[in-house]
Write a protein that binds this ligand. Structure first.
Ligand code: MG
Length: 392
């Protein structure tokens, strides 16, 4: 089954009032047009993409439009939307089983929504993404034909759906719909033409984020959506764990702070179990191995070095990889001593080395309820999670 996508960008978006055609405005540094084309160029179910542009743009196709590995044809649009889609369809007639039509002004349709629309069209012949109305719907008109707008009646909301794109059609259904659109009637979407041609059109659940960019407010909302996507794409998380035995005659050092205690941690250097777990979490977040690889017991450089110096080195490595620490959360599991009086000092000490505000460093104390070696007071363990964000 061959699926062709037609990205309709035949208009210029006069309502947006910007100096450039709407489809060439950028969101997060990428044009609305390229974002919308990529939805299909990168979709596993779509075999070919046709982009319909205003004739002047079609003659001078934006250089960044092509996506490697998938045929892409640019076609000049017509006077009306239905004429533009007809031109696009004419370019692939005979080699498409399913045609997906999408507004270039909707750059946030998900791959899942596209798949569901294709599936529904395969089953039913025609399908569109549409959002169930959540507000109460009023049918209204000018009073007496010329007066103020007044409500005529309240429409049952459960039967009202707001049409989006993608809309998908079996090729024979779209051909008949396009024929139905050759007359004077102006359709605002292809589903309306399919309805007019007598085909049942199935509704698939649309997405609130599948925004149509029409106004400057929409453009700002789109920037916010794209910014959120970029922010999450730049995040990395790392986890760390460490355990040391508690023995007599050693100081207890946690996060670089010496805590008064009958027992201290056994191990190399100051055996700061909290610093070690956080160091491993930092290295894990940037996939740079672990504490044993960077600070082997046998390396004289780290002989006797404080664990906070190792943590500082791990933070520097993550910085070299282009990441800043966002926040840290750690759980120290120990039967004694009580850590609560020392947590503020420990957090401040860690924050200094991590290069973040103390409010971004959380350290929580926990006992093991007397269970196992930790519960007997023979050992102390730490779990830590670190979030880092790519700079820029
Ligand atoms: Mg350790």
């Amino acid at each position: 089954m061959r699926v062709v996508a037609i990205v309709a960008a035949g208009g210029r978006g006069a309502r947006l009032g910007a100096g450039v055609p709407k489809q060439l405005l950028t969101i997060g540094g990428e044009s609305i047009l390229r974002r919308s084309v990529r939805l299909f160029a990168e979709h596993a179910r779509v075999d070919e993409v046709v982009v319909v542009l205003p004739p002047d743009l079609a003659a001078d196709v934006p250089a960044d439009l092509a996506v490697p590995g998938k045929p892409l044809t640019v076609v000049a649009g017509g006077a009306r939307r239905q004429d533009s889609v007809r031109n696009g369809f004419d370019a692939v007639r005979g080699r498409a089983d399913i045609v997906v039509v999408h507004d270039a002004a909707r750059p946030f349709a998900s791959a899942d929504l596209i798949s569901r629309t294709i599936d529904a069209a395969v089953e039913s012949g025609a399908a569109l993404a549409a959002l169930a109305a959540s507000d109460t719907v009023k049918l209204a008109g000018a009073a007496g034909g010329t007066g103020p707008i007044v409500v005529e009646r309240t429409v049952p909301r459960d039967r009202v759906f707001l049409a989006q794109t993608p809309q998908a059609f079996r090729a024979d259904v779209l051909a008949a719909a396009i024929d139905a659109g050759r007359g004077d009637a102006v359709a605002t979407d292809e589903a309306a033409l399919a309805e007019a041609a007598g085909f049942p059109v199935r509704i698939v659940a649309g997405e609130p984020t599948n925004l149509k960019i029409t106004t400057m407010t929409d453009l700002r909302t789109a920037e916010a959506i794209a910014g959120r996507d970029r922010a999450s794409a730049r995040m990395r998380v790392g986890t760390g764990y460490d355990l040391h035995r508690l023995v007599e005659g050693r100081p207890l050092v946690l996060g670089g702070v010496t805590v008064p205690s009958g027992k201290g941690l056994a191990g190399h250097s100051d055996a700061d179990v909290l610093a070690h777990a956080i160091t491993d979490a930092v290295l894990g977040a940037v996939a740079r191995g672990d504490i044993g690889r960077h600070f082997p017991d046998t390396d004289p450089q780290w002989e006797g070095a404080s664990s906070m110096a190792m943590l500082a080195h791990a933070v520097a490595l993550s910085g070299e990889a282009g990441f800043d620490i966002v926040n840290v959360d750690a759980v120290v599991i120990a039967e004694r001593p009580k850590l609560a009086p020392h947590l503020e000092a420990i957090r401040a000490s860690l924050a200094g080395v991590l290069g973040v505000e103390t409010s971004r460093v959380s350290v929580k104390g926990k006992t093991n309820e007397g269970v196992d070696a930790i519960g007997r007071g023979d050992a102390m363990a730490v779990h830590a999670v670190v979030l880092v964000a790519e700079r820029g």
